[in-house]
Design a protein around this ligand. Structure first.
Ligand code: C2E
Ligand code: CA
Ligand code: CA
Length: 252
């Protein structure tokens, strides 16, 4: 109902490529502006929507907005990939690939510009249809990211068997790597392991320059967090991207 009433919208949080120091993508994060209760965060309604089988409609809305945004940004000549969160339960939906592909075709976006972030991958049965669906998505050219890596009870070998392009290290391990030696060791070894499997590493929850510097030293590929930008509206994101282009042009 909230979707139909126009109370739901999508915020975009930039993802920075560490080497080039440029924004190469963003994550779409759903927002609910409730007419009486004000802003309600996704942590307070996603799990309820999942439990009551309402997550599909919400996901269709977010994906449509996210893919439309990415198509607009790529049309302006920027190389930009959009990330969207996908509840693990939707991997059980036999027509998920068609569902996603219809949205890509509607906005004429290449599947390689869409990254689906999946959390709670530890719940997937290793021979089940969920992992088979991840494989179909990847074969279709869509990118898959393992979200919140390090939390939950995904075992190490899941990393190997799950088809994915990217691993996102959870913010709880990232936030203090400049001061907490144990976290630093965990992040460092994770980056090395993920790279040896041929995948990219994203660190989330980067709030300070010193954490960014530590991640750059460890060879982390992409970062996301308040330091780079809080989740913002699409016009604000587009301003950010075009202002970095101006900066680059001025330097030349
Ligand atoms: P997530 O995928 O781990 O998203 C990152 C969360 O960390 C976001 O919270 C973001 O606002 C927050 N964050 C980003 N940078 C920083 C930082 O530097 N420091 C700190 N402390 N936090 C940071 P948000 O937007 O409240 O989203 C919470 C969760 O809700 C997401 O976690 C994601 O799992 C879920 N979610 C959001 N949108 C969707 C959606 O469309 N579909 C599904 N299935 N889940 C969604
Ligand atoms: Ca995510
Ligand atoms: Ca996370």
């Amino acid at each position: 109902q909230a979707v139909d009433n126009g109370e739901v919208w999508v915020a975009f949080q930039p993802k920075l490529d560490v080497k080039s120091n440029r924004i190469m993508g963003a994550e779409a994060l759903v927002r609910w502006s409730h007419p009486e209760r004000g802003q309600i965060g996704p942590d307070d309604f996603i799990s309820v929507a999942e439990k009551h089988n309402r997550i599909e409609k919400l996901t269709a809305f977010v994906l449509d907005q996210a893919v439309a945004a990415a198509a607009r940004i790529n049309d302006q000549g920027w190389d930009f990939a959009i990330s969207a969160n996908l509840s693990v339960q939707l991997l059980q939906k036999p027509d998920l690939l068609n569902f996603v592909d219809r949205i890509l075709k509607k906005h004429n976006l290449s599947p390689s510009k869409l990254i689906l972030e999946i959390t709670e991958t530890g719940k997937l049965d290793r021979n089940g249809s969920g992992i088979a669906m991840m494989r179909s998505l990847v074969e279709h050219g869509i990118r898959v990211s393992i979200d919140d890596y390090g939390t939950g009870n995904a075992t190490l070998d899941y990393l190997k068997i799950l088809p994915s392009h990217e691993v996102k290290i959870d913010k709880q391990f990232v936030a203090d790597i400049d001061s907490n030696k144990d976290d630093l060791i965990l992040v460092e070894s994770t980056i090395r392991m993920v790279h040896s499997l041929g995948r990219k590493v994203v660190a989330e929850g980067v709030e300070t320059q010193s954490v960014l510097r530590a991640l750059a030293r460890l060879g982390c590929d992409l970062v996301q967090g308040y330091l780079v930008g809080k989740p913002m509206t699409l016009p604000d994101l587009m301003d950010r991207i075009s202002s970095q282009d101006l900066r680059v042009a001025n330097r030349k």
